[in-house]
Write a protein that binds this ligand. Structure first.
Ligand code: NDP
Length: 307
């Protein structure tokens, strides 16, 4: 096999479109969440080419169809182990969850990152019904409404200020008595009088039957429980790159994001490329993921021409 793509978000499918059109006969392993993070989003309004917006699952389905149109094989399966030491024929080895071995000259890693959630049952039940982990994706739906955001890092402040421009009031719930965010980021908050920060507060329950209508929150100083009337809850408590199976094999930063060459998608292993959120903790947008997916396919094609 010439090219295997692991992961089926915008990066993976874009890589597949380009690789298939270059006659690399790619096979894409979708992973456990075919379509990736966008399948948990309602409407995508910021992907160029959809003037009326498109819902996340439909967009991912269209990307899949586009990849298949040029001959991509889509396997609904999960790669659970890799061996990038290359056999005598110069092939990398990958193993599915059933232990089947697949060999490929090039591998594109596009396994993405997963937003962290609090893990409360009420929160999980209301994902897509007012609970979101992406203010840039979903903030618009809460125009002129009251929302809350959990987290005290740079992302939480960035997203709070983004929401403050759209929403009526934004309440930040920070579990410690201080921010983790940089001072520069914290200074931005003073430009918004509709952002209120509640330090030492944690979410106990997300209220609402089918859509969020409030939060039960607790002060971890006094144990006082109170209710906050909001219609949108945003989580900004970090992301985890899905890189467990590559640990100790592919070079990563301290947070587990795969390190790529500055101007390409090359990893430290010849023939292995990384695209999308798995190697990008700064931008994390569908369009930037798609862009690096395209780069990875072109890098794989060039590599195959050179070996
Ligand atoms: P961080 O890990 O930096 O911050 C996560 C925040 O969420 C912390 O305040 C943490 O609290 C809180 N948190 C974690 N788990 C829970 C929980 N279960 N309940 C309540 N709160 C919780 O993640 P970010 O996404 O903010 O940032 C990731 C990286 O990206 C950082 O390096 C950041 O600097 C960078 N970044 C930079 C930006 C910029 O410069 N423009 C913009 C966005 C991100 P605690 O402190 O108590 O652990």
């Amino acid at each position: 096999m010439d090219t295997i793509i692991i992961g089926s978000g915008p990066a993976g499918y874009t890589a597949a479109i380009y690789a298939a059109r270059a006659d690399l006969n790619p096979v894409i392993y979708t992973g456990l969440e075919p379509g990736g993070q966008l399948t948990t989003t309602t409407e995508v309004d910021n992907f160029p080419g959809y003037p009326k917006g498109i819902d996340g699952p439909t967009m991912m389905n269209e990307l899949k169809e586009q990849a298949e149109r040029f001959g991509t094989k889509v396997e609904i399966d999960f790669i659970s182990k890799v061996d990038f030491s290359k056999d005598k024929g110069g092939m990398h080895k990958l193993y599915t969850q059933n232990g089947d071995e697949i060999k490929s000259k090039t591998v594109i890693i596009s396994t993405g990152a997963s937003a962290k959630y609090l893990g409360l049952p009420s929160e999980q039940r209301l994902i897509g019904g007012g609970v979101s982990a992406c203010a840039v994706c979903d903030g618009f739906f809460y125009k002129n409404q009251d929302v809350a955001i959990v987290g005290g890092g740079d992302t939480a402040i960035e997203e709070a200020t983004y929401l403050a421009k759209i929403c009526n009031n934004v309440t930040m719930l920070v579990r410690k008595d201080h921010f983790r965010a940089s001072k520069a980021m914290q200074n931005r908050l003073s430009n918004y009088d509709n952002i209120k920060v509640l330090f030492n507060h944690e979410v106990m329950e997300v209220m609402g039957e089918n859509v969020v209508d409030g939060l039960k929150i607790k002060s971890n100083l006094t144990n006082d429980v109170s209710e906050l009337k909001i219609t949108g809850l945003f989580l900004a408590i970090g992301h985890s790159p899905n890189t467990d199976i590559f640990k100790g094999i592919v070079d990563m930063d301290d947070s587990g994001y795969i390190l790529t060459d500055k101007t390409s998608t090359k990893t430290n292993i010849p023939g292995v490329f990384a695209a999308g959120d798995v190697q990008d903790k700064d931008y994390r947008q569908a369009v930037t993921a798609a862009g690096t997916g395209c780069m990875a396919a072109l890098d794989a094609e060039r590599y195959l021409q050179e070996i």
